[in-house]
Write a protein that binds this ligand. Sequence first.
Ligand code: TYD
Length: 355
Amino acid sequence: MQVGEFATPKAIFEDYAYFSSQSASWLEHCRQYSEDIIAKFDPKTVLEIASNDGGLLKCFQKAGVTVLGVEPATNVAEASEKIGIPVINEFFDTKVASLLPKQDLIVGNNVLAHVPNLNDFIAGMHLALAPEGIITMEFPYLQNLLKELQFDTIYHEHFSYFSLASVQTAFSRHGLKIFDVDVLPTHGGSLRIYAAHQGTQECTDRLLTLKLQEDTNNLDAFKKFADESQRYKRVFLRRLTDFKDREYLKHRGGASFNPKSVSIVAYGAPAKGNTLLNYCGVSTEFIDYCVDTTPYKQGRFLPGSHIPVYHPDMLKETKPDLVYIQPWNWSDEILQKLEFVRRWGGEFLIRTRYR
Ligand code: TYD
């Protein structure tokens, strides 16, 4: 599934607001992955495409593997240089790939969807991969996007949404074969594919089984997705309205009613949160403010809804009645962190599928 290039990658990544090391569970995911892949394939060199602030490569470096990152966003690339990870501050393509030494392992997590020129990108991996090398890539799974109604993950930073079949086709065009796959819980359901040069690896049974189960080549599934996304908007607005107006309805708007008596705030300012708020038309009539741990996002406004973004300390200062958790992909970690909200009787709202 693809959308056109409505914003250039240069504009998106020039001053990038996403630092992946903000999430402790992502760092744990990286640590686990590096241990597993070292045990399985024992790479001596690893190249990470879109290495962000270097969290994953740090795990490999600690294990004695020679690491190199390619990262187009200058601010995050600098953050990774600071922790001692060498980075080429460029978009990865065949031009960059042709200058690199051949790699035993090429990793790309949550990058494939961001690439407008997919053919050149995959051809670049083919160029940079050692003859017996392995590529692994993680990306949100289209099958889950449909099943879990993740319409909010469809936005200008993403150009493609992959099924296993579509990613296999894209790789095979450039002499690469996907031979194995893991289904992961990250980002609402992701795939991790394993690829190698054609003729070097056999496909696993779990790859063949998953392929047979795929149902993303079916127009009705997309029509249903569109209808259900509209229903989502209605249900979400009803929930927010019911909560926000509960005191008003009790006092019927009389003199004793304080319009500030029920406060809703948002936790986290992920890109997908903005898709959802803007699609549903939600702004400060519902949500007083938003907090995010990323210093870069604090003191700014959410695009479109213009909800102000503050440091999370603001929660303790204002003691809101409802905290709406926007990055649902990190909700377990965030709920643990925000346990203190329950002390003043605060409640949580987390995005669910609203069946
Ligand atoms: P992200 O997962 O990247 O979502 P998207 O791809 O839709 O942008 O964004 C998560 C955001 O949530 C990011 O701005 C960091 C923030 N965050 C917190 O403020 N606190 C937390 O505990 C976590 C895990 C994330």
